[in-house]
Ligand binder design. Sequence first.
Ligand SMILES: Cc1cc2nc3c(=O)[nH]c(=O)nc-3n(C[C@H](O)[C@H](O)[C@H](O)COP(=O)(O)OP(=O)(O)OC[C@H]3O[C@@H](n4cnc5c(N)ncnc54)[C@H](O)[C@@H]3O)c2cc1C
Length: 396
Amino acid sequence: MTSRVSIDWEAEADLVVIGGGVAGLTAARTASLRGLRVLTLSKGGPTDTSTQYAQGGIAVVAPHGDSVESHVHDTVEAGAGLCDVDAVRSIVEGGRAAVSALTGLGAVFDLGRDGQISRTREGGHSTRRIIHAGGDATGAEVQRALNEAGLPVLFGAAVGQIVTGRGGVQGVVAVSDQGFGVVHAPAVLLATGGLGQLYALSTNPPGATADGIALALWAGATVADLEFVQFHPTVLYTPGGVGRRPLISEAVRGEGARLVDTEGNSVTDGLHPRGDLAPRDVVSRAIAARMRALGTEHVYLDARSIDHFPQRFPTITASCLAAGIDPRTDLIPVAPAAHYQCGGVVTDTHGRTRVPGLYAAGEVARTGLHGANRLASNSLLEGLVVGERAGAAAAE
Ligand SMILES: Cc1cc2nc3c(=O)[nH]c(=O)nc-3n(C[C@H](O)[C@H](O)[C@H](O)COP(=O)(O)OP(=O)(O)OC[C@H]3O[C@@H](n4cnc5c(N)ncnc54)[C@H](O)[C@@H]3O)c2cc1C
């Protein structure tokens, strides 16, 4: 038996981008600049993206005391040796140009006293190379700059199918408040983000439901490394809290906060040379083990030694205060939560899948950058670098 749905609207484009976060909008902008008619569809609103919530920053090789090789080394170490080293090097090398393009669009990053872009350190990084904006509101600034780039985006349009034929991609089927629609296009770029909402506790917004993985599989693409889901070690714990939980960025530990258990003992002592700033999987496992051993639902982050906490971390301060915790005087209760999809749709570092005309970039894609565990702040980097290249590849 076959069932038919009537089509309420139709459109045509050279490239359909699915997703309005960092990867999708970067790709859409590049392809538009190269003359393509690009239509971006997003099932949420302009800020219903993981990009909007990114706090810590973007990992970019620093001009002094850093190198591409050092960033590559840290990435591969965090990825438990399962990264594709050539892909890592290629994406890391693209970092500075990608950030320049973003500042060219009007994104503003925090400056240090010397007037240069300020850099912090996060888990797994051997040096301070993370650039940030608005203290701990980097993603919001990236999203703002891209949202204001004037790209046509159809919000509230959820893609349910990528249409393929013998020659590859032919378009997409979507549903919006106008009903069922079809967009005819020879190229489609998946930038649908991650899958955190498949778990009870996550840092991800409600739309992070792995749509891109399903769409890609139905279209005949390959997926890999989906077993590697990164748990962020520190989300704000509140009794009975489920769904999206506020993140307490690793940059808080980068600025000197310490992880202690409910008896006041260090959680990571003797575990790893980088202690509380060990890679995320190491710290998350240590916290989970300590919670099990003590029969508690959280440990604590002691950030009381950080000067000017509210100025440096305004978003985190607001989340803590809303839960009745003042980070200047109180210990912050924290627990691990699902945070990042390390695997995804298999692509090269230009976002190409094995299906002609189908591209993927950002968290939905598996370029080989992350291996078993993403290095902190490497995902905005990947969204910018591969988003740009995928937009260019689609134009070619
Ligand atoms: C709390 C938090 C903090 C983070 N901090 C950092 C950080 O400091 N540094 C860093 O590098 N990374 C960080 N990350 C990770 C990073 O933000 C994300 O990996 C990245 O922003 C993902 O970008 P994206 O463009 O791939 O997807 P997203 O930004 O998630 O955008 C996905 C888009 O796809 C749309 N979509 C999904 N399914 C469909 C569908 N079926 N049809 C139509 N549209 C659809 C959504 O509406 C949305 O517009 C953080 C993530 C979170 C959640």
